[in-house]
Design a protein around this ligand. Structure first.
Ligand SMILES: Cc1cc2nc3c(=O)[nH]c(=O)nc-3n(C[C@H](O)[C@H](O)[C@H](O)COP(=O)(O)OP(=O)(O)OC[C@H]3O[C@@H](n4cnc5c(N)ncnc54)[C@H](O)[C@@H]3O)c2cc1C
Length: 443
């Protein structure tokens, strides 16, 4: 509860009662939320009377991201009165910056295998209700042209803005009310639904949808409000951590790889039993690119990752063969036909010389540097640059068909706030569309 709301409570003339609560509140014995709930229970009329802007909706959605807007559209399509509250000044900020401004809005093939979380199969019901083909049909219907890039990733031909405009236009078509610059500060339960308090107004609704996203990129509006609501209603919140994020490395590693900044190659990056074969980029901060972002969702502090710079080729065998066929060639010259020269130099290290003069041992050392380069990241760049947040509302507490909290009727959690995190490649938006759609059929 904010200072303004406390002031209003005081003014309302409940001196002794609110004074007591205020003291307890200041001592953290009761929360602002508990005060608001009690107030609402005892004096429901007074709770709202002082607020000129009190409104009632069938559905309130907190967060105008991909999931929240899709849910609002579907609920509006069913004739429900829907209000979407967003604390940013515009809707769909993450859509706008996604996919380098072209929004990788889905992937041609999406299964539970593309998701990380305590129970990846949780996604199956929502995905079956609104699949990639349904998103493609929607985008086609709105004349948004798209292109398929590698690994089945679908991007807008022109701009991510087109996706936001499509969602805005559908919300308007179905009478959804969207209010931006409105931060939801507290939620309370009432007999026939919820009340929602923002800095500007109090609202009641029958169904409440939490679509607040995760903690990634705080400067774009990310908040932990969704997790707090989950906790408030007794749902388990699984530990959160940044995902799809560049990893960081120690100064020695950075000094060794600094000359390679700008080089990009296709590599296989492995953590335990999980591997991705995608682009790997050397940067002035170490390693990045899709292969590193993907593995970052699996990597844990203290673990090593293994990089194969020539996936599918046994380099030791290849080098032995080259020793027979190109005995007079320098190993560096040979490797420079395969890799950019600076990378070849790093791989050869102190083991240079003519191929014909090289022992099996030396060739094996170089072969291992190529096929199983083991490195230990020191950390990640964190939520500042992470594309997603791992963990979140435990799926055990959510009905996978409707996204409704199992023990709290009419409370829904959708999108990234739930413990469902997709790989890089359009999977996260597909989860947002599918979970939003599923909830939209029930709210
Ligand atoms: C740089 C970047 C690029 C990405 N590119 C892709 C891509 O190309 N393809 C892909 O599939 N995924 C991509 N992602 C991931 C994708 O953006 C997210 O998974 C997706 O946006 C999650 O949708 P959401 O609706 O659950 O949450 P969000 O999009 O985060 O929406 C949540 C909304 O809730 C609002 N909010 C939070 N708290 C409150 C509050 N208390 N009151 C009111 N409003 C509140 C936030 O401001 C936000 O607008 C990218 C992410 C980033 C950061």
């Amino acid at each position: 509860m904010d200072v303004q709301a406390i002031e209003e409570h005081k003014k309302a003339g409940f001196g002794a009662c609110s004074g007591t609560f205020l003291v307890l509140f200041c001592k953290n014995v009761v929360t602002g939320q508990q005060i608001a709930e009690l107030w609402y229970k005892v004096w429901p009329n007074k709770f709202f009377k002082k607020n000129q802007n009190m409104n009632n909706y069938d559905v309130v959605v907190i967060g105008a991201g991909a999931a929240g807007m899709m849910c609002a559209i579907e609920a509006g399509r069913r004739g429900r009165s829907v209000l979407v509250l967003e604390h940013n000044k515009s809707v769909g900020e993450k859509i706008r910056i996604s996919g380098g401004g072209r929004c990788n809005f889905t992937n041609i093939e999406v299964s539970h295998k593309n998701f990380v979380g305590a129970n990846p199969k949780f996604v199956l019901s929502a995905l079956s209700q609104f699949a990639p083909k349904d998103m493609i049909a929607l985008v086609d219907e709105h004349n948004i042209t798209w292109q398929q890039r590698e690994l089945g990733q679908l991007f807008c031909d022109q701009s991510a803005r087109q996706i936001i405009d499509m969602l805005l236009s559908l919300m308007s078509q179905f009478g959804v009310v969207v209010k931006t610059n409105v931060e939801v500060r507290s939620i309370g339960k009432r007999d026939d639904g919820f009340f929602v308090a923002s800095a500007k107004e109090n609202i009641t609704c029958s169904s409440l949808v939490v679509a607040c996203g995760g903690k990634s990129i705080p400067k774009m509006g990310a908040s932990n409000f969704g997790y707090k609501v989950g906790e408030q209603f007794g749902l388990n919140i699984l530990a959160t951590r940044p995902g799809l994020v560049p990893l960081t490395f120690d100064p020695d590693f950075l000094a060794r790889t600094a000359p390679l900044a700008g080089i990009g190659i296709k590599a296989q990056v492995t953590h335990k039993k999980t591997s991705f074969t995608e682009a790997l980029l050397f940067t002035h901060r170490g390693l990045s690119g899709p292969a590193i972002l993907q593995i970052s969702s699996y990597w844990r502090e203290g673990d090593e990752i293994e990089i194969d710079l020539l996936p599918g080729i046994e380099s030791f065998e290849q080098l032995k063969e080259a020793r027979n066929t190109h005995a007079k060639q320098e190993v560096l010259t040979f490797l420079s036909t395969i890799f950019p020269k600076k990378l070849a130099q790093m791989l050869v290290g102190d083991n240079g010389g003519k191929l014909g003069d090289m022992s099996n041992k030396k060739l094996q050392i170089i072969g291992e540097a190529i096929n199983s380069w083991r490195i230990k990241p020191t950390g990640s760049e964190g939520y500042r640059t992470a594309e997603v947040t791992l963990g979140g509302v435990d799926t055990k507490h959510i009905n996978p068909k409707t996204m409704e909290a199992k023990d709290v009727p009419d409370l829904y959690f959708i999108g990234e706030v739930v413990d469902v995190t997709g790989w890089l490649g359009g999977y996260n938006f597909q989860w947002a569309w599918s979970s939003g759609f599923a909830a939209g059929q029930k709210v």
